[in-house]
Design a protein around this ligand. Structure first.
Ligand code: ZN
Length: 308
């Protein structure tokens, strides 16, 4: 994975700060909890990789579906650079592009099965197919010049099942495709990764959401979750039904709203996690640690971005 220079990310964060300040007219108290979930709700979950939507948000997804609302998931990447999976398949650190693309096809099938268990219809399962481990590069160094994935060898979306096959791996193309998803789903609630997440694809997906949602006037409907929240988190690892999720170290200073899952929703979340065979093979204790009685959401992407 290529290391990113700090300055482009800092510039993106500064732009996000301006956007949040401009859009944050409501008092902080009013925006800390999730809005009411009912038949008018159109939920869009922004998932950098297949499995993130289930880990962060399986409870909210089920509640929206049960209330008669609409639930959609947009997967920014198809998880085609999961090194542990590729190592298990190839039994060698040298990965063939075809193997990485096959892994993506498997992970997309798993994502469809997992989210179908949560009640998401096929029409709400939206894959963009951008490069795993490359999303931050698209938003910084590759806004107009295509990026080539070191895993799949692709410089454009290679998956026929994606929304826009053949679209180039550039930041401009990703923003256009994400905007098309907003136009298609008309979300009233967007659950996106926090830019404080330690995974670069997650940070980038959060920044992308802030930037495009601002342009479309839906920023006030965005809430932020963390999956890679700091060393050892979530603690303890493994399945602990009925126990609340603790706040991640990286969410320090963020005001978090806890969404409480009913026991049946927690059970269904476990079934959805178990649909991810490839990930359960390598990361089970981490994945199962998200099957808890609460899911946590921040109303702001960064603590320093609070309205002034
Ligand atoms: Zn992820």
């Amino acid at each position: 994975m290529r290391l990113m220079s700090a300055s482009p990310t800092a510039a993106l964060l500064a732009a996000a700060a301006l956007a949040v300040r401009a859009g944050a007219a409501a008092p902080a108290e009013a925006v800390q909890s999730l809005p009411r979930l009912d038949a008018q709700t159109s939920l869009l979950v922004v998932a950098p990789h297949p499995d993130d939507e289930t880990l962060c948000c399986a409870g909210v997804i089920q509640r929206v579906v049960r209330a008669g609302g609409r639930a959609s998931i947009v997967w920014i990447t198809s998880g085609d650079a999961s090194e542990l999976d590729l190592l298990l398949i190839e039994k060698s650190p040298f990965v063939k592009p075809a193997t990485a693309r096959d892994l993506a096809a498997t992970r997309m099938r798993e994502a469809r099965a997992a989210t179908a268990r949560l009640g998401v219809p096929a029409a709400g399962q939206l894959f963009l197919g951008y490069p795993d481990r490359g999303v931050l590069s698209l938003l910084t160094d590759h806004r107009a010049r295509p990026y080539t994935s070191g895993f799949t060898g692709a410089a454009a979306v290679p998956y026929p099942a994606a929304l826009f096959p053949g679209h180039p791996y550039t930041g401009e193309s990703l923003e256009r495709d994400f905007a098309a998803v907003l136009a298609r789903t008309h979300p009233t609630l967007i659950l996106a990764p926090s830019p404080r997440d330690s995974h670069p694809d997650h940070r980038a997906a959060g920044l992308l959401t802030v930037a495009v949602s601002t342009r479309y006037g839906v920023l006030s409907g965005v809430r932020y979750w963390i999956v890679h929240g700091g060393e050892g988190w979530p603690t303890p690892r493994g399945l602990l039904p009925g126990v609340p999720l603790t706040a991640a170290p990286r969410s320090h200073a963020l005001a978090l709203a806890a969404f409480a899952l009913e026991p049946a929703e927690e059970d269904r979340k476990l079934q959805a996690v178990r649909a991810y065979d490839t990930q359960m093979r390598t990361l089970a204790p981490f994945l199962l640690a998200f099957v808890r009685s609460t899911e946590l959401f921040a109303s702001l992407p960064e603590p320093q971005l609070a309205p002034q």
